[in-house]
Design a protein around this ligand. Structure first.
Ligand code: NA7
Length: 544
């Protein structure tokens, strides 16, 4: 491995990667192998990305463990998760295992948060500064900050008045919090809220859930894995990994009609039979294994919603609570907001000590010293408030850094009027800067590790091309960025995505421009766009 040249206190690198989650680690491993001098700067004291920060009760991934790993057989052949959907602590163990095998930590600076980066046009290098006063110079800046790295703390009055404990789920104390016997309020019912609520329901003395939008959560079908199950899950795994590039979301299964017939030709009884089967399979199958026209055709979308609603209602005792959790009329089309997976979420609301506040009927006025005051004048007395209010999704990790291009324009300012990012990997005005598993890439519509590798391979190949051809500057053109944004927007305009206030549409954060922030046309189409660009000599990039 090439040594890292330093000058004084400033490290000199070919590539500086920000973030040591799946994407960053993959880049480090691959680029090192190609002889680049590489370093990762990581804000956390350990590797794992979101799996370091998200250690709240119940935190786990919602992809089958076998595909929630790196695809390198040398790694997966010797590794097993103990549950089908692994929890945060085992995911951390997994990252340590990968680290032991690949020796990644030696090239990672932990507890090092990048605060600023500025491109030096003369040197064609990025100058990077960290919060603790470190500086680095790198030919390329590769940002792997993930889609959920900047917590969203909502602007609720009185937050500082609360006398109890208040935590955002992604800032959960590493040593844990004892919630047994406590009166707990949970604000937010996204993927995180669902996990927290079902986990702590049985141990708290009382729980108040503040729900703004009901979550169309699907059954996870979690199970513990014995030795036989672990062996079975490895069967055909090589092929499953290969298949990721050919399926919409980088999973081993796909939309029923991704390249085939739409739901229109199917009799209603047949569709319901299929839905029963999907329901039994659980996971994302009733979503990303459904007909693809659930995203475009209101008729089939309503069938899918009503199937979900009726299944869920069977599990809720109080009809008034059922109407809040699974309303007769869908709050938004099914599956255009990120689907979550649950294990016993809906049953929690049958507990006597659990109270659901529907924020569409009764809003939060403020947080008080004692709890949460709602617009009906009720003060919900609490010992602990949990903010499961999500993140400044997808762009937040990038715009949190003060990134300045050669013209002096910051990324933050450029993207104030919306994101345009060619191939979901570069943006004009910021030469030699690449990002992955981020804006306008498959990202949030795909399996994270799949995207990290499949998009990651394109980034690695591009950097290899630059090196092999003696080039030192690359920048996407304004036209290529705009065309990419149009490609996304035009597609989304013909779908039901715009009808939900989701983070997919950047609508979860006040002040953000409403736009589809992921690449919504699926992994095969995405990779095809890269292929076409490469065939045309990396069309869309100015390379010098
Ligand atoms: P999400 O999915 O963005 O969920 C955040 C939740 O918090 C959601 O229910 C929001 O309601 C709610 N929220 C946000 N702000 C407020 C305020 N001000 N008042 C009340 N409720 C609020 O974040 P998660 O952490 O659950 O999941 C993020 C992703 O991480 C997930 O999709 C996976 O990809 C992994 P809303 O639905 O907007 O009405």
């Amino acid at each position: 491995m090439p040594g890292l040249a330093t000058s004084g206190q400033t490290e000199d690198l070919d590539v500086l990667i920000v973030g040591a989650g799946f994407s960053g680690l993959y880049q480090l491993h691959k680029l090192r192998q190609l002889g680049f001098s590489v370093r990762i700067y990581e804000a956390a004291p350990e590797l794992g990305g979101v799996w370091y920060w998200n250690c709240y009760p119940g935190a786990r991934c919602d992809t089958h463990g076998p595909l929630y790993q790196f695809s390198d057989e040398d790694l997966w052949k010797d590794w097993d998760f103990d549950e089908l959907y692994p929890a945060w602590d085992q995911l951390r163990e997994y990252f340590h295992y990968v680290d032991r095998k690949l020796g990644l930590s030696q090239d990672i600076r932990f507890s090092t948060r990048v605060s600023a980066a500025q491109f030096d046009e003369t040197e064609r290098r990025w100058l990077v500064a960290t919060e603790d006063g470190r500086t680095a110079r790198a030919r390329y800046l590769v940002l792997c900050t993930g889609i959920g790295s900047k917590p969203h703390l909502p602007d609720i009055k009185g937050m500082h008045d609360f006398k109890g404990s208040l935590f955002h789920t992604a800032q959960w104390p590493q040593g844990g919090v004892d919630l047994s016997g406590k009166r707990v309020g949970v604000i937010g019912t996204g993927a995180t809220g669902v996990q927290v609520i079902q986990e702590i329901g049985p141990i708290v003395s009382h729980m108040t859930v503040f729900q703004r939008t009901p979550n169309m959560a699907l059954p996870m079908r979690q199970r513990k894995l014995d030795a036989a199950a672990k062996r079975e899950l490895k069967e055909g795994l090589r092929e499953k990994y290969a298949k990721r590039a050919r399926t919409f979301g980088g999973y081993e299964y796909d939309f029923y009609d991704y390249a085939g017939p739409s739901s229109t030709g199917f009799a209603p009884e047949r569709i319901l039979k299929m839905y029963e089967d999907y329901w039994e399979k659980g996971g994302f199958v009733p979503w990303l294994g459904n007909f693809a026209d659930i995203w475009t055709d209101e008729r089939i979308n309503t069938v899918a919603y009503e199937f979900w609603r009726d299944k869920v209602r069977e599990r809720i005792v109080d009809p008034a609570v059922a109407e809040k959790l699974a309303p007769t009329v869908p709050p938004h089309p099914y599956g255009v907001k990120r689907i979550s997976l649950e294990q016993r979420y809906f049953e929690v609301y049958n507990q006597e000590n659990v109270h659901l506040v529907d924020l569409r009927e009764t809003s939060i006025e403020r947080i008080t010293a004692e709890g949460v005051l709602t617009s009906d004048g009720v003060e919900h007395k609490l010992d602990v408030v949990i903010l499961a209010t999500g993140f400044d999704m997808v762009t937040g990790g990038l715009t949190a850094i003060n990134i300045k291009g050669p013209s002096g324009l910051t990324l933050r300012d450029k993207w104030k009027s919306g994101v345009s990012a060619y191939l979901g990997s570069a943006t004009h005005g910021f030469p030699n800067m690449l990002f992955l598993y981020g804006p306008q890439a498959p990202a949030g519509l795909s399996n994270g590790p799949s995207s990290s590798e499949l998009q990651g391979d394109e980034i690695v190949e591009l950097l290899k091309f630059m090196k092999d051809n003696g080039r030192s500057r690359l920048e996407s053109t304004d036209q290529a960025d705009d065309a990419w944004r149009r490609r996304i927007d035009e597609y989304v305009d013909a779908t039901l995505f715009g009808r939900a206030d989701s983070w997919y549409m950047s609508a979860n954060m006040p002040g953000k421009v409403r736009q589809m922030i992921n690449y919504p046309r699926g992994m095969p189409d995405y990779l095809e766009q890269w292929r076409e660009a490469k065939q045309a000599g990396y069309a869309g990039f100015d390379i010098g």
